[in-house]
Design a protein around this ligand. Structure first.
Ligand code: GDP
Length: 139
């Protein structure tokens, strides 16, 4: 068993897709180990996306991610990181395969419904960014 971090992004929450995406993730065999609803501050969003700070879309991404509440999730299953990436689909929904979450629910390359960690090392760091050790102890 392994873990990954997902974030239901502001567009997902605003569009009322939270329940559908949670059900889809459970159908894919993910256990929801921890979950919260929160709004990121600008400093928190900048810190989370620090690796992208030189990219032309960084300021826009930070504005998008602070534009409404998000739902970070700690998810567990076998091969959690690569499996979530497959279930999410490509960053750009126009390039995402049919049946993937981004194909189903994303509007654009930026408003793309869901984040998923891209490596086990990043998953560990990102889980710690949002959740305490106590929250990450599965019941
Ligand atoms: P991910 O791992 O599939 O989420 O993609 P990246 O790590 O490359 O990018 C992080 C997030 O930045 C994406 O999920 C999008 O929300 C946003 N993003 C990525 N590429 C672009 C882009 O070319 N333009 C804009 N506006 N946003 C982007």
């Amino acid at each position: 068993m392994s873990r990954t971090l997902a974030i239901l992004k502001p567009d997902c929450v605003r569009d009322g897709n939270t329940g559908k995406i949670l059900a889809h993730l459970e159908r894919e065999g993910f256990e929801i180990v921890a979950l919260r609803k929160m709004r990121l501050s600008t400093d928190q969003a900048k810190a989370f996306y620090e690796v992208h700070r030189e990219r032309p879309f960084y300021d826009s991404l930070v504005e998008f991610m602070t534009g409404g509440p998000i739902i970070p999730l700690a998810l567990e299953r076998e091969d959690a990181v690569p499996h979530l990436r497959r279930v999410m689909g490509a960053t750009n929904p126009e390039e995402a395969e049919g049946g993937t979450l981004r194909k189903l629910y994303a509007a654009s390359i930026e408003s793309n419904a869901i984040h998923g960690s891209d490596s086990p090392d990043n998953a560990r760091d990102e889980l710690r960014f949002f959740f305490s050790r106590a929250e990450l102890i599965a019941s």
